[in-house]
Design a protein around this ligand. Sequence first.
Ligand SMILES: Nc1nc2[nH]cnc2c(=O)[nH]1
Ligand SMILES: [Zn+2]
Length: 450
Amino acid sequence: MTPTLYRAAFMHTPFNAFQNEGALHVQQDGGLLVNGGTILASGEFSALRAAHPTARVTELRGGVLLPGFIDTHVHYPQVRIIGGLGRPLLDWLEHVTLPEEARLSDSAYARAVAQDFLHGLRCNGTTTALVFGSHFKGAMDIFFEEAAQTGLRTVAGQVVSDRLLRPELHTTPELAYAEGKALIERWHGVGRARYAVTPRFSLSASEGILEACAALMTEFPDVHFTSHINENVAEVQTVRELFPGHLDYLDTYERAGLLGRRGVLAHSVHTTDRELGQMAAHRCSAAHCPCSNSALGSGLFPLRRHLNAGVHVALGTDVGGGTGFSMLKEGLQAYFMQQLQGRDGLPLTPAHLLYLSTRAGAEALDLHDQIGDFSAGKAFDAVWLRPPAGSTLAAILNHAGSPSETLAALFANGTQADVAQVWVGGEEVYARPADPLRDESGKQSPVLAS
Ligand SMILES: Nc1nc2[nH]cnc2c(=O)[nH]1
Ligand SMILES: [Zn+2]
C-alpha cells in the first residue's frame, strides 16, 4: 500500500505535561507518514518528503492538526438531556436523567440515541471514549454495533445497580454477572471496542453487585473498570450511611477488589488524603469533569492534591451532567476552575490542556502505546481544527505570536464548528459538511425545516 504523508501544522504531547516542561512538541510545517493506519514517521515535512518521494501527500495546511481527543467519562444514554441545568446531582438524577435512561429499554429508541451520541463524539473530534453505558443489555449490544459502524474507539460497559434508582433500572448480582460476561465475550477486543465493568456508583450498589463486578474482572483480567466517586456532598454522606463498616467511599470499591491500573473514577471532588493515597497505590485514574462539576454545582476539583498524591488525572465531558462533547470546552473549564482556586489551584498552560485532553486519556485507559500522540508507531487518530473563514478564531490564529498562543486560542475559542476532519486508525470518521445548515447526509437543520 502507498503510504500517505499528511502535511500540517501539528502539535502533540508525547510526554506527561505535569512532569516534563518540554512536553509540547510542535511542527509548524510538519509531516506524518501513515501506512495502514499507523504513523511510520513524524517530523518536518521537507525531510519526510525527501525520504519518501513516492508517498501520496494529503494537504492539511491552514488550521492545526491535533491527536484525536480522548474523553474518559461520558454517558451514552444522556445525549438528549444535555443542558438540564439548575439541580444538584441526586435531584438531577431522579428527575432528569433516570427517566430518560429508562427509555433505552426500547431498542429503536436506544439505537437512535446511540447514533446521536456517537455523532456527538466524532463531530467534536473525540476519537476514543470511555463510555458509561445503559442499564439494559440490549441497548449495549446496539451501542457496540453502532460504534463499530462509526469506526470510533470505545471502552464501554453495561451500567449495573440494584438499589435506590427506579425498579426498571435495577438488576441482581446474578444477572449483572451473566449479562456482563455475555457482553465481554461478544465485544471486548472486537475491532475497536473494549469493555469496562461499570457499577453506577456505590449509592446504587449492594455489596453483592460489587462482588459480581469483581468476579467479572477476575475472570477477564484485561477489561477496564469505571464508576463515580466523591462527586457531591449529599452523595458522599449517603454512601457513608449505606456502608457503615467501610472507611470511606473508595473503600467500597477497594474492598470489593475493583481497583487497578485500568480503573477510572469519575469526579473525585471531595476525596480525602487516604483515598488519594490508595488511588495512587492501585494506579487508578481520576476523570476530571469540570463542566459537569460546574453545572451540577458539585465543587472544585483538587487537581494539585491529586497530582501531589501521585494520582493520574485525565478529562471527561460527563455528558449529560456536562454541557456537551467538546474537549476544547472541557479543557477551558478545567483551566477556569484552577484559576478560581487561588493558591490551591494549579495554573494550567496550553500544553497541560492538550495533554489532559489527549495523551492523559490514553494513559488512563492503558492504551498509550497505541494512541494519544503523534509518535511513530501510534495509530493515526487525529482531529484537524480549521476555523471557518471570517470566524473570530480564524482572525486570532492569523495573528498568534507562538504555537502556545495558538493552542490557547483553540481551547478558548474552538467549538464543533471548527472541526474540519477526524480520523481513527487512518480512516476518516468525520468530515465537516460544506453547507453548515445540512448534515453529512444532506438533511436540513430541523430548526429551519419546522
Ligand atoms: N454526573 C453523574 N454522576 C452520577 N453518579 C451516578 N450516576 C451519575 C450520572 O449519571 N452522572
Ligand atoms: Zn458521570
